[in-house]
Design a protein around this ligand. Sequence first.
Ligand code: SF4
Length: 999
Amino acid sequence: MPLEPRTVACPILSGAGSKETEAGPGASPQALLSDGELDVIGARVSAARAAVEARGETFYQGPSGTHLAAFPPKERWDDWTELDSRAWPARLERRYLIVPTTCFNCESACGLLAYVDKDSLEVRKFEGNPEHPGSRGRNCAKGPATLNQVTDPDRVLYPLHRTGPRGSGGWERISWDEALDALGARIRKAIIESRQNEIMVHLGRPGEDGFTERVLASWGVDGHNSHTNVCSSAGRTGYQFWMGSDRPSPDYANAKVIYLISAHLEAGHYFNPHAQRITEARAKGAKVIVLDTRLSNTASSADQWLSPVPGSESAINLSIARHLIATGRYDRDFVRRWWNWAEYLEACRPELPVSFEAFEKVLASIYADFTFEFAAAESGVAPDVLAEVAETVASAGTRFAAHVWRSAAAANLGGWQVARTLFLISALLGAVATEGGTFPNTQNKFVPRPIHLPPAPAAWQDLEWPLEYPLAQNEMSFLLPQLDTYFTRVYNPVWTNPDGLSWMEMLSDETKVACLVTLTPTWNESAYFADYVLPMGHGSERHDTHSYEQYDGQWVAFRQPVLRAARERLGEQITDTRQVNPGEVWEENEFWIELSWRIDPDGSLGIRQYHESRAHPGEKLSVEEYYDWMFENSVPGLPERASAEELTALQWMRRYGAFEISSGLGAVHERPVPRGALDEVVIDATGRAYTASPKPVDPNIVPTGAPEPDAKGRRPVGVEVDGTVRLGFPTPSGKLEFYSSTLAAWGWPEHALPGYIKSHVHPDNLAPDQMVLLSTFRLPTQIHTRSANAKWLDELAHTNPVWIHPLDAARLKVARTGDLVRVETDIGHFVAKAWITEGIRPGVVACSHHMGRWRLSDEPRGAGAMMATVGLRRYGAGWKMHQENPVKSYESSDPDTQRIWWNETGVHQNLTFPVHPDPISGMHCWHQAVRVRPAQPDDRHGDISVDTTKSRAVYQEWLSLTRPANDQSPGKLRRPRWLMRPLRPTPDSYLLPQRRPRP
Ligand code: SF4
């Protein structure tokens, strides 16, 4: 029952003149304060007033008329008043509309509030949205810096078309219609000529849940490409083989022990939402263990920091697992009920009885060699320290929250086993989907169904899913495509990927990529080689929905063009986001809908139907209708919540920005399969429950990792545990897969269990004069390729020196911090400044990967604050780059560009890295074996030298490690159907080419 509004005296105002405000639940922050707190505030205000009046001045009561300890009350988001900080010391009051959106500057999608000036209709600042369940009003530095991106004087504002040769810097402004007509005709021709596989969309920051995939599906194109295998595919692999979900969702806030193989408190995955919950847990006494070779800010806050030899993390995890097994401190009942130990015994130990007791004995023997002494020899961390850490872990019980995402998993050959061995610890402790434990991400994520679901494409894109990598977690995105029409979307492969100069060579060649279309808010190193540069919006200029696993709950958030929402609140009708965005900046959703209509103007290709209005058949679908339908029809509880405020679901989301669907879901895998569903279930000998008859699968709505039907086409619905059919996990067995029958069947039986794979940078694989270069960490204030266009972030961080231990510095004769060093990889070298620090392990150097932005000397466009002008010339089979002009102050529409005081931009080290695809996960293994020397006499800071012929040779070496799909592969498939694919083609498309039925 709603509470009656009550009247409370505002302490600030009562001190100023006894004004009163109305306050209901959540209506104004002072209503939330205790009487004692109100007294304290009142006393402070009275004192301040007295002091001001004693000086003969007039006391200013504050523009908001409320206590601002928290956030503007949501009831006042239509009209909020604050002082303009820029006008200080004048007290200039500004009135705002407050409009929510979500941040686009990392994958966390934190809530933002845009403060839209009611007079000028400009956004004046971004702050956190307290209504967002994941970020809860908090942001990192990159959230408020959205303002810099919006007002960036160097941003791309109009569609551009290349005029000279590729990369020559000649551009002409064109209309959106010209671009759409040209691209629509080109894609239509490719589809009509059955060249669907020559179309690809390559995503950098996705920032949304499935819109692009469905556009491609509507075109019948299997052309979705992601950046994931230069990011997180190895971490995902380790989790997917265990639980069928490719991401962990740790319940940090309730954990007793938090175990991180990454830099979560400063920059890790779901950075701010996770960091705030880790901080909460610490305040309640949780212990934090951090494995990081580098003394990150996170490591510096840990209770126990281990600095292992790079690549030895799995050995440490296994020594802890062994300790839990050897001391009997694992959750026997959980292991018995939920591990697929019976499947393991039957497959690998047929001589033993299929009993849990037999398995326990085998389990102890499997990991017997992973003693603390062994792990110490591998990791360089003392055995007694490992024993202490293992004891801490053992004390956690089911309140053990653990996470690895990029870091060591993304860095090493076999890095996916870092995630698999880490989850082994969780699975031993029974800390899976428990309070304070680690959940499968699929449980804590909610993807709403959209208005149209096009069918899966009947195609297979070999460039992204080649036969050599049948188990690759994601698209083999760093392999070079040959295409007719190649879209990059907020993606900059020349700068982001390893071996970027090979990418530059390819993008310069029109016989390899006939038409490169860059969808981007900013200029970047790849856009210079585009045929079309099309301006796309930042986080406050576009629509998206998203949901990420950040605690034990499900939410959906809404990114929206804030000026559109603001002007609609003021009564205007906006039909196209370009009407409110700067220049002719568009949003992708409207762009894709329009492009799909240009490809199929009369609907004869069957594409247009998926981009038509439901309410008005034959008319174009608007984003308004798209989200209105989605929020009304497929977000449980939202329509009811909205109608309580007499709003539609879309109006509610436009007003508040995020909605929590559920929380405290607990152990979903334990839930019995509903009775109705059980009426038609058959259970096989392993306990797997299937539908009694074949059930066709809609690949667009099956959750990621859903197991495939059995040979008779029957769909798995659960698994029998202790006589009850339960929902289980989305793995082939329905249980947690200690033993991966998939790995065994696809040619990797030796890695079917959680184990230790020696990294390519293991000491055994290094020459005596080689060191390991860590390149997988990022500075918390950087946004990959877009931070260069955010001046506050540029000022905060603009260098990436090479971390080097004093012992190594002395050995290498690097005298002091700031001296130049040459770092030599297998294909070239880069020159950077040294930072001599004890925060790195001897024998290891480290360099952050977010720096070294550049533009060619004849290209005036770019980010003036953070892109050095470089000279790039051929040198034999390779390239040499040197920085010609550092950044300096310059005139622009933003006076702050004249205040640039720095001139460094760091070094672009990724250019010197060859491609290292892991033969199982497909992840690029980022660590490099390098030689570090003092710079040579002619070396200059930022110099790069690369031989792209050598990079191909290195790739061939790694390619030789693979075990391709072939006629012996299970089901004669290219890839197991149950493994995730962001865009799933039809089941027949999985068949090997010679096995596939001819159309
Ligand atoms: S963590 Fe920072 S960059 Fe990432 S979404 Fe949140 S505010 Fe934006």
